[in-house]
Design a protein. Structure first.
Length: 649
């Protein structure tokens, strides 16, 4: 559709005939017929044949240009633009810029720039970028010439904020029993030791803090590594008696790192400059992914048996220690699967499938798969078993495609028995995959792990494949907890006795650390037992736990203020509770009835079952210590990671 005509020539002197597509001149004694209705053609006719009428036309056009543009007319039309031009000739217009006032303090602006280069991971040079300066320079002008923001004072603010976080954490952990998480990694040729701490606050919430991402840039002797760990504890004013558990995976580097802490001088936070050649280790090439998914060394099982004793000697050599070393449950599950996948038949099948997948990932077959609406095949990465599961699971989606093409492309052929075996492996690995995802939580405790572990065993029992049976054989260990009414019933008599002794020692240690801990006493325990109607009878795991629970006996108050041992004996008769119960909600409800056990539960339920949070810090470290930021000093990197790890300024 053409533009709207603004020339009045047709309306004044012509009559348009739509059937003949012609305009008939209406001037007296003319009656000329002009093809079409173009204004320029009609105007030329009037100019040549009717000069008097042409003068009238020009007068009308002049008047039209002086008329204001109607509200409903398009402001971008040529007539509107022309009218605007004519109007502007008579006026001097001044453009007024809109300005705003911002209610902001200088420190807020500096903190925002600090957050940009820490939590957001922007490079320091972004502070001096021309576009960014256009934003902040007008703000700085309002503060005055003495206020500036540059790379230097942003770095100084990072150190200030990092030290403030360290001070706050030191005050928060004072007098508490703590659980540590340890792991190590290499980034940009720097060896980094990551340390997290986990505990429960006064509001019964599990708190996870990053203590350090400390760089080890000296020779890796036992004294130097010991010094690195002890310096971190000293910085946060954490004493040896506060370390209740240490969670790490069972990689060789961390076992060796733990072993060198057995020297008694570790507790004095001092170190010797002498080298210990026998304890010299190299962790330069250790990566977080290798630690998580790597295959354990054959000697690790024997070394793990002495791991706990090593940590105990390191942290409390002069007294009977309580510190327990926890093997990362996520890593333990990985090891079970990796060992199970060593079955020769499974390995042969994986090789066959991988060969076909490589063919399917070529350009020839990728085009055909795309036309069929199928997804791209995945290929596994050794030794990460979860990638093998993903490869097989996606490969099953391509079964019909491979079957239809195997006559033309023999390299895609797989026997039917192999297809059945692939399906069996996927079914066996699926519950493990689900369990692994559940163990990736930020603060997974031993209770959560034990529930996941037992349900995983139950799922594997239902599978009949060799792989499922092999994984069951690898899962020959389990965790037990005395202060959890859901699992207490399945403990043996010896296990209960060991738990009571350990809890009694823990209570005494709590009394030494915190003078505000209430004295041991016992009252009537309000047994909040769930009725049979409240339990899910269709849950086989629930039925298993309930079948092992014993009938509770009434607990009476003892006016003579019995010892913690007596209180633990009384707790041995609490009724069964569903494993789906929020355990800390249970203890919060009973904290005035069983205050001693409530304090113990806060310690035990905060013990981490995994050190996944440290690996997540390593992921952030990879983001901060990138190729373009590899020259940052180790102190600056550590302060940035303290801010990022604790997610606040």
């Amino acid at each position: 559709m053409g533009r709207k005509s603004t020339n009045p020539v047709e309306k004044m002197f012509f009559l348009y005939n739509i059937s003949t597509n012609s305009c008939i001149c209406q001037v007296s004694r003319c009656a000329s017929s002009i093809k079409g209705r173009h204004s320029a053609t009609l105007e030329r006719h009037v100019q040549r044949i009717h000069p008097k009428q042409y003068e009238e036309l020009q007068e009308r056009k002049k008047m039209s240009n002086e008329v204001e543009t109607p509200e409903n007319e398009d402001p971008t039309s040529s007539s509107t633009k022309q009218a605007s031009i004519n109007t502007m000739k008579h006026f001097n217009l001044t453009t007024v810029k809109k300005t705003i006032r911002v209610n902001m303090e200088y420190q807020d602006l500096l903190d925002g720039c600090t957050e940009m280069v820490t939590n957001n991971g922007r490079p320091f040079c972004a502070v001096d970028d021309s576009g960014f300066r256009k934003i902040i320079n007008p703000l700085l002008t309002q503060f005055g010439p003495e206020y500036t923001i540059n790379v230097k004072n942003v770095k100084e603010n990072i150190v200030t904020k990092g030290n403030q976080i360290i001070k706050n954490i030191s005050e928060d952990v004072k007098g508490k029993l703590l659980s540590l998480k340890l792991d190590c990694v290499t980034r940009q040729n720097r060896s980094i030791l990551g340390i997290n701490v986990q505990y429960m606050d006064n509001n019964d919430y599990v708190v996870l803090k990053t203590l350090a991402m400390t760089q080890i840039d000296v020779k890796h002797t036992s004294e130097n590594l010991k010094h690195a760990v002890c310096e971190v504890l000293k910085k946060f004013k954490i004493s040896k008696n506060q370390i209740f558990s240490i969670t790490c995976d069972n990689a060789n580097n961390l076992i060796k790192l733990t072993r060198i802490l057995r020297e008694p001088d570790a507790i004095d936070y001092t170190y010797s400059e002498s080298d210990d050649s026998e304890s010299d280790i190299d962790i330069d090439n250790v990566d977080a992914n290798d630690v998580t998914d790597g295959e354990p060394d054959s000697s690790q099982e024997m070394e793990t048996s002495i791991l706990e004793d090593v940590m105990l000697e390191a942290l409390a050599p002069d007294s009977e220690p309580l510190t327990k070393c926890i093997r990362c449950s996520a890593h333990t599950v990985q090891c079970c699967v990796i060992d199970a996948l060593k079955i020769e038949s499974v390995q042969e099948l994986l090789k066959k499938v991988k060969s076909i997948v490589k063919k399917l990932r070529t350009r020839t077959f990728m085009v055909k798969l795309k036309k069929k609406g199928l997804k791209m095949p995945k290929i596994d990465i050794e030794p990460r078993w979860n990638t093998s599961y993903d490869m097989l699971d996606r490969f099953l989606e391509h079964k019909t495609f491979c079957k239809n093409k195997e006559d033309k492309y023999p390299e895609l052929k797989l026997d039917e028995c192999d297809w059945i075996a692939v399906l069996g492996i996927v079914k066996a690995l699926k519950p493990v995959k689900i369990a692994t995802m559940e163990l990736q939580g930020r603060t997974v405790n031993l209770r959560t792990f034990y529930s996941v572990w037992c349900k995983l065993r139950e799922s594997l029992v239902l599978e009949t494949s060799d792989l499922a049976m092999s994984m069951l054989n690898q899962m020959n260990k389990r965790h037990t907890m005395y202060l959890d009414p859901s699992y207490q019933g399945i403990l043996t008599v010896d296990a209960k006795q060991q738990a009571k002794l350990h809890l009694a020692k823990t209570w005494k240690l709590l009394g030494h650390l915190n003078t505000n801990v209430i004295p041991a006493h016992v009252e009537t325990i309000n047994n909040q037992n769930l009725s049979d109607d409240d339990l899910d009878i269709t849950d086989s795991f629930e039925s298993f736990l309930r079948s092992h629970s014993s009938t509770p006996t009434a607990t009476t108050s003892n006016p003579s203020a019995p010892s913690i041992e007596t209180i633990l004996e009384q707790y041995d008769r609490v009724p069964y509770q569903s494993y789906k119960l929020d355990i800390m909600k249970y203890w919060t409800t009973n904290k005035h009835i069983m205050p001693e056990l409530y304090e113990l539960a806060k310690v035990l339920m905060a013990i981490p079952a995994t050190q996944v949070s440290v690996e997540r810090c390593f992921s952030g470290l990879k983001f901060i210590l990138s190729d373009l930021r590899s020259t940052m000093s180790k102190d600056l990197v550590e302060h940035i990671m303290v801010i990022r790890g604790n997610n606040k300024l």
